[in-house]
Ligand binder design. Structure first.
Ligand code: GLY
Length: 542
């Protein structure tokens, strides 16, 4: 009796390595997902670690190399959950820097796919020419010489031209191999170097860069209809949410393993979005069994504090446009993907481009606001909290004002959240802050409060403002004195990377410093009773 046993992904890896080594390639280990190249966020392709060799082949450890590279790509994140797109994947690749070119590269691909993997090629595509880049007639001829019956399709720059990664680098026309309707292998002929000004220059030594997704290859080799049915995903998730969780989990674990932490910027922000998306999908499904270690758990607990309110707010909106989506992001930390997942058709017209545009607008506005703040506008505010007569005094009360927010947050941290503001008064000399608390503070408590404030100052945290409908602002957990006092919509000032991770957030008319480092050293000068259950602190900065 004879059983057909499909090749495991481990066997595919071994076959690829053996094949490339036996054809004169030096094997190179996968490089980090976080490359040194500042113009890219992540390693998105096998060629990333070899990028300098295309312009400088003498630097290369060998003319021909091959690798299996772990990659993270967010360009396909909206497609994840279908049969073949991922954010984390492994890429089998062979590369040459002056060793061989089109003939050899195409023959290697043909032999590996048809002989080693035993697959039948549906068709291949080649570059049909566009702009100043001529059609790649050579590749068509080479394919036909290998297999006269092969179908060769032609496409333009959008489909059959690859690179560069980042803002400059090697790039060139490609030929792609399709099996069962899926693009399996992309073979890039690095003939050009694209400059930062988008000018294409001919490379002195044309090179080869190929990339074949391990998951897709396993899918066709194992005769599956989607990547999640291969042995790379032992749980074989069948629904979209389950598949997104499976994909994002792999990316999250791989990124955390490289030492990345969730944050509000660049790489860290991608990690944060991936985590928040899983947390949301779990929350929506009423489960909580994804366990990806302490970094994941910490971010999850933080996000869960505002997620419920965010979902409720999102539920109130009939049509989610970019402005609404960005507001929900700012107030509750809901990333674009999460809003899309939850709102479905109500966010049908929302595009990532429009959302990103709001981001940029917001950043430009906060920069302009920061510049205007000390320009002599509005010396006195209608809150009656601040008293300043000239720009120097305004600067001093502004610093004291932010310090007062920090004091409020620190008091709640040390004494508990029953502490509420009962009044405040700020002059250029000092801040005076009244708050609800039943007894005198101990020396230790006062020292702890001072230390927390000074620590927040030392960390030079950003101070930002967001304008929100009052009801929504309340949902963020921001503190307010008594809410009738504030206009609708209301400004919420928060100290820290974002609303969710803010050290302090309060309804407030401003003004504030842009970074806590501007405040200087904070010292409590007096603590006393004002009335039953209300204490008063006076503090200065130096
Ligand atoms: N560097 C070729 C690819 O990623 O498709």
């Amino acid at each position: 009796m004879c059983y057909f046993v499909a090749m495991t992904h481990q066997e595919i890896r071994e076959k690829f390595r053996n094949f490339m080594e036996s054809h004169g390639h030096t094997w190179v280990a996968s490089s980090s997902l976080l490359p040194d190249d500042p113009s890219v966020l992540f390693t998105t392709a096998g060629m990333q670690q070899f990028k300098p060799y295309y312009t400088n082949p003498a630097m290369a450890p060998a003319k021909n190399v091959a690798s299996i590279q772990k990659c993270v790509r967010t360009s396909d994140i909206d497609e994840v959950g279908d049969e073949s797109h991922l954010t984390f994947f492994e890429m089998l690749g062979n590369f040459s820097f002056g060793g061989y070119f089109k003939d050899e590269a195409i023959r290697l691909a043909y032999d590996f796919i048809t002989r080693e993997m035993g697959l039948t090629i549906d068709y291949v595509s080649v570059f049909g020419g566009e702009d100043t880049v001529p059609a790649d007639d050579d590749s068509e001829r080479i394919w036909k010489a290998l297999d006269p019956s092969i179908e060769v399709r032609k496409a333009g720059r959008a489909d059959n031209f690859w690179g560069p990664t980042g803002d400059e680098g090697p790039c060139g026309p490609t030929t792609e191999v399709y099996v069962n309707g899926i693009e399996i292998w992309n073979i890039v002929f690095n003939q050009y170097f694209q400059t930062k000004e988008k000018e294409l220059r001919l490379l002195e030594t044309p090179g080869i860069d190929t990339g074949m997704g391990l998951e897709r290859l396993a899918m066709v080799v194992q005769g599956k209809a989607n990547i999640y049915e291969t042995d790379l995903f032992p749980n074989h998730p069948t629904d979209r949410a389950g598949r997104i969780i499976a994909d994002h989990s792999r990316a999250i674990v791989a990124l955390i393993a490289e030492g990345l932490e969730p944050s509000n910027k660049d790489r860290g922000y991608v990690l944060r979005r991936l985590i928040r998306r899983i947390v949301t999908l779990e929350y929506m499904a009423g489960r909580s069994d994804v366990d990806l270690g302490p970094v994941y758990e910490q971010e999850k607990q933080k996000f869960l504090k505002t997620l419920g309110t965010g979902i409720k707010e999102l539920g109130r909106v009939a049509e989610v446009d970019a402005a609404v989506a960005f507001r929900l992001y700012e107030s509750y930390g809901l990333p674009y993907e999460v809003i899309k997942d939850i709102a479905g058709a109500r966010a049908g017209s929302l595009t990532r481009g429009a959302f990103d545009e709001k981001f940029k607008e917001h950043q430009a506005k906060s920069r302009a606001g920061a510049e205007k703040k000390f320009g002599g506008h509005g010396l006195l505010l209608d809150t009656g909290e601040l008293k300043a007569g000239n720009p120097e005094e305004l600067q001093k009360v502004t610093r004291l004002h932010t310090a007062t927010h920090l004091l409020h947050a620190a008091l709640r941290e040390v004494l508990g959240t029953e502490v509420h503001q009962a009044g405040s008064d700020i002059t250029p000399e000092r801040t005076r802050f009244d708050f609800t608390f039943p007894r005198k503070l101990t020396d230790e408590e006062k020292a702890a409060v001072e230390e927390i404030v000074n620590d927040a100052i030392k960390r030079d945290l950003a101070v930002n403002m967001v304008t929100l409908p009052k009801q929504e602002a309340e949902g963020t957990g921001a503190l307010f004195f008594f809410k009738e006092k504030y206009p609708d919509p209301v400004n919420v000032y928060y100290v820290g990377p974002d609303m969710l991770n803010a050290f302090s957030k309060e309804f407030c008319g401003g003004p504030h410093v842009t970074h806590t480092g501007e405040i200087g050293r904070f010292t409590i000068t007096k603590e006393e009773s004002v009335s039953a259950g209300v204490r008063r602190i006076r503090a200065v900065i130096s």
